[in-house]
Design a protein around this ligand. Structure first.
Ligand SMILES: [Zn+2]
Ligand SMILES: [Zn+2]
Length: 210
């Protein structure tokens, strides 16, 4: 059987009862209600196949294990889905409307849409990074103006190197500087100290900077 058909059977049995409403959400008809996927069904299937590096085949051409994997993942993807209950006519209209909208887009508009989607993705990524950096800034703020010996500084640097963000961490010293802090060295009572400060210092104006 065509994989989509096969999976739609599982969705009809397990997912439809969870989401179907008692009347069409567009016209209130109660006849032969369909569950419309706001995120297209085929996209969900493709996502799952991609995840396991599987090709699209007829359902019986997969191993039993593969089929089990596909069915369970497609069903679990459906649990976060968005659906509309629609009568056949409204369902048809929604799909036709989508088709027309897509067909009427010029190549330039399609390109632009793609661009917007990419930019949104990038923005989200940046927001996450900013949040992480904010956490680090807070940590540094607590330590601000503390005079640290080399050993203490090393400990602080290690602390900044949050384990769960290991990928983001380059050299902690670089990171501190990227966050707008300056590390200055100062010799006090014969000992070298590294001081983290928020003030941007012009090295030439600080006689004891080395
Ligand atoms: Zn639909
Ligand atoms: Zn309807």
């Amino acid at each position: 059987m065509n994989l989509d058909m096969y999976l739609r059977g599982h969705v009809a049995a397990k997912i439809r009862p969870l989401y179907i409403k008692s009347k069409c959400e567009h016209c209130n008809s109660t006849d032969d209600l369909h569950l419309h996927h706001v995120k297209p069904f085929v996209k969900i299937v493709d996502k799952v196949l991609n995840k396991f590096n599987l090709e699209l085949k007829d359902s019986e051409d997969y191993t039993e294990q593969e089929r089990y994997l596909i069915v369970s993942c497609v069903l679990s993807e459906h649990l976060n889905g968005e659906y509309l209950t629609l009568c056949p006519q409204c369902h048809y209209n929604v799909h036709e409307g989508n088709k027309k909208r897509r067909a009427s887009l010029s190549d330039a508009q399609k390109q632009r849409l793609k661009q917007i989607r990419l930019e949104q993705k990038e923005k989200l990524k940046q927001q996450k990074l900013d949040e992480l950096n904010q956490q680090r800034v807070e940590l540094i703020d607590q330590q601000l103006n503390l005079r640290l010996s080399s050993q203490e500084f090393k400990q602080l640097a290690e602390k900044l190197n949050f384990k769960r963000n290991r990928k983001l961490v380059k050299n902690p010293i670089d990171e501190i500087q990227e966050l707008g802090y300056t590390i200055i060295k100062k010799r006090i009572n014969g000992y070298d100290y590294k001081i983290i400060t928020k003030t941007t210092l012009d090295k030439s104006q600080v006689s004891w900077y080395n």
